[in-house]
Design a protein around this ligand. Structure first.
Ligand SMILES: Cc1cc2nc3c(=O)[nH]c(=O)nc-3n(C[C@H](O)[C@H](O)[C@H](O)COP(=O)(O)OP(=O)(O)OC[C@H]3O[C@@H](n4cnc5c(N)ncnc54)[C@H](O)[C@@H]3O)c2cc1C
Length: 559
């Protein structure tokens, strides 16, 4: 029998941090990941992680204010205070674990400027910060004695009498289905970027945890808030880090004008992401772009700086768009990047389902509100990963495993999977349904939105759900059946897509990442509230939750 006090689903930064904390708290802890841990999307983080260090004359309250303002006043201020206060220690812990952060000329930890913040407080390792952090956390994980289920795919969450019992999972290498019992389960399954096409997210970011939790009755929050990053590469949509602008790059229209003068005269290229993405889209729509893009200009930064601090994105530009940023401007455009919304939690990662926690991008605490500041997500994964791990370890001490019929559960899951494999071969292709969903979301739920477009996508999704029911799985084998995994992931993505659209349709104002052309203003009187969405008897049900305001009164947002 596989059983653990604390079972962490996902081995990105949030998952590994949670597992280490739970283990340190004395719990029998396991971590399960559908890919090898260091292939998690955290590995792709480029720009850095925010923290206000007092010995630099910085102040966590300044960081908290910038975060609140960045969130367009939708972030919960109590949670933001917790995160920003813990940031310094979280960063130093990473340094002590062994992350080789860049240093300044005096040998101290180096910083770079990032968007929406009044001072440089982003700590970084070149332009591959996530990779450096994830590998170090993996070393810590190996040292900790946490049991690892690598390349295991969680297919269901098991709940009996409103108490979590564990999960069902597929060992991808063998095709065997197992039940893993757990007293507490922590979802650290990352974002759902691939619901949109294109996206900066890895192909594995399919919202599995958000869907599993939602289907089991968990509340989701802020689902309408989807971040479009201002600089994604023409064509592929791969991310060109905000670090480029942090180091001083410009955004130019087709005539070489720095158009942000019109939109954010003080912060210019370092305004918050939602503001810049809207500025770019407005210019592109007005015919001031080229082929649906504007330009990122790094040439004046010089070869030495680019090679030292931005070498990875330079290579991405050369390999994927044939442009060398040392000598040329790069065509970029806004692209889907991050989910502010997710499984609703409190500051200890607890969801509305007893024993079920969430942390990292799949969770919504909500520290990002309507718009996340760059470099606040890595911080979020560490702070709330650790808090969830601590809380789950403590909670698992006072509860017992909930009994359930393990053999029956395995048989049911095997049958469900076999039914998928046995489908007739004449349905739509997985890829076609996936692209249909991604295209429709990107067409109507991108930088600008309106009722008509979103209704169209809602209709498309109903149609795609029908088509999904007959997609065939070509590979009938047991060993590494990635075709089967893709089919399951597509189901999860469709489960995420509808709550996004329904929430965005419900919110009749513009704030943060949600910019509605039919409701262009921020309406604090009616819409200064979170949208909470839950699976009801007949379909998704929306309720509202107040925004926690501790000390920063909402004001008009200007950069
Ligand atoms: C290109 C890119 C650059 C970024 N740069 C930055 C940056 O510079 N600074 C910053 O703060 N943020 C950045 N972000 C955002 C940040 O990297 C992510 O939000 C964060 O790393 C998410 O971490 P996570 O631990 O929540 O999830 P992830 O790292 O995505 O990990 C998810 C884990 O869940 C597992 N999993 C998922 N589904 C299942 C399942 N069904 N069964 C088993 N396992 C499952 C996966 O295997 C994986 O281990 C960037 C994001 C991208 C895409």
């Amino acid at each position: 029998m596989l059983e653990h006090d604390v079972l962490v689903i996902g081995a990105g930064l949030a998952g590994m941090r949670a597992a280490n904390a739970a283990r340190a708290g004395g719990a029998d802890t396991a971590i399960i990941s559908k890919v090898h841990p260091v292939r998690s999307h955290s590995n792709a983080a480029q720009g850095g992680i925010n923290a206000a260090l007092t010995d630099r004359g910085d102040d966590w309250e300044d960081h908290a204010y910038d975060t609140v303002k960045g969130s367009d006043f939708l972030g919960d201020q109590d949670a933001i205070e917790v995160m920003c206060q813990a940031a310094g220690q979280a960063l130093i812990d990473m340094e002590h674990f062994g992350v080789t952060f860049n240093r300044d000329d005096e040998g101290r930890l180096g910083t770079r400027a990032f968007g929406g913040q009044r001072r440089a407080r982003t700590f970084f390792v070149g332009d591959f910060t996530g990779q450096a952090m994830l590998h170090v956390m993996f070393e810590q994980l190996i040292k900790s004695g946490v049991r690892r289920y690598e390349e295991w795919f969680v297919t269901s969450l098991i709940i009996e009498d409103s108490q979590v019992c564990g999960v069902m999972a597929l060992e991808i290498r063998t095709g065997q289905v197992y039940a893993i019992r757990a007293k507490t389960v922590i979802f650290c399954t990352g974002g759902f970027g691939r619901v949109f096409e294109p996206s900066t997210n890895a192909l594995i970011c399919t919202g599995d945890g958000v869907a599993l939790a939602y289907n089991a009755g968990a509340e989701l929050m802020d689902m309408e808030m989807v971040q479009y990053h201002p600089t994604t590469l023409a064509g592929s949509g791969v991310l060109i880090s905000e670090a480029a602008r942090g180091e001083g790059a410009y955004l130019l229209d087709k005539d070489g004008n720095r158009f942000l003068e019109k939109y954010a005269p003080n912060m210019m290229e370092l305004a918050s992401r939602d503001v810049i993405s809207r500025a770019e889209q407005t210019e592109i729509d007005a015919g001031n772009g080229v082929n649906g893009c504007v330009y990122l200009d790094c040439r004046h930064l010089g070869e030495a700086l680019i090679m030292e601090k931005l070498s990875q994105i330079r290579e991405i530009g050369i390999d994927l768009a044939g442009v060398d940023m040392i000598k040329e401007t790069i065509p970029i455009r806004p692209g889907m990047h991050y989910a502010m919304g997710g499984i609703r939690t409190n500051i200890d990662g607890q969801t509305n389902l007893p024993g079920v926690y969430a942390a990292g991008e799949c969770a919504c605490v909500s520290v990002h509100g309507g718009n996340r500041l760059g470099a606040n997500s890595l911080l979020d994964t560490l702070v709330f990963g650790e808090r969830s791990g601590n809380h789950a370890a403590e909670a698992s001490r006072s509860v017992d495993y909930v009994e359930f019929d393990v053999n029956q559960a395995v048989r049911n899951e095997e049958k469900r999977i076999q039914d998928l494999l046995d489908r007739p071969q004449n349905g739509d292709r997985i890829a076609a349904v996936r692209l249909g969903m991604g295209d429709s979301m990107n067409r109507n739920l991108a930088v600008y939105r309106n009722e008509e477009g979103m209704q169209e996508t809602l209709g498309d999704l109903k149609e795609l759900e029908k088509r999904f029911k007959t997609v065939p799985v070509d590979n009938k084998g047991k060993v590494f059946n990635t075709d089967l995994v893709f089919a399951l992931e597509l189901g999860f993505m469709l489960n995420c897509a509808t709550p996004i659209v329904i929430s965005a349709l419900d919110r009749k104002d513009s704030r943060g990442a949600q910019a509605r052309t039919d409701y262009p203003d921020r309406d604090d009187k009616n819409w200064m509230k979170h949208l909470v969405i839950k699976k009801g008897e007949v379909g998704p049900e929306i309720t509202y939750a107040p925004v926690s305001i501790t000390r920063w009164t909402p004001e008009e947002r200007k950069y």
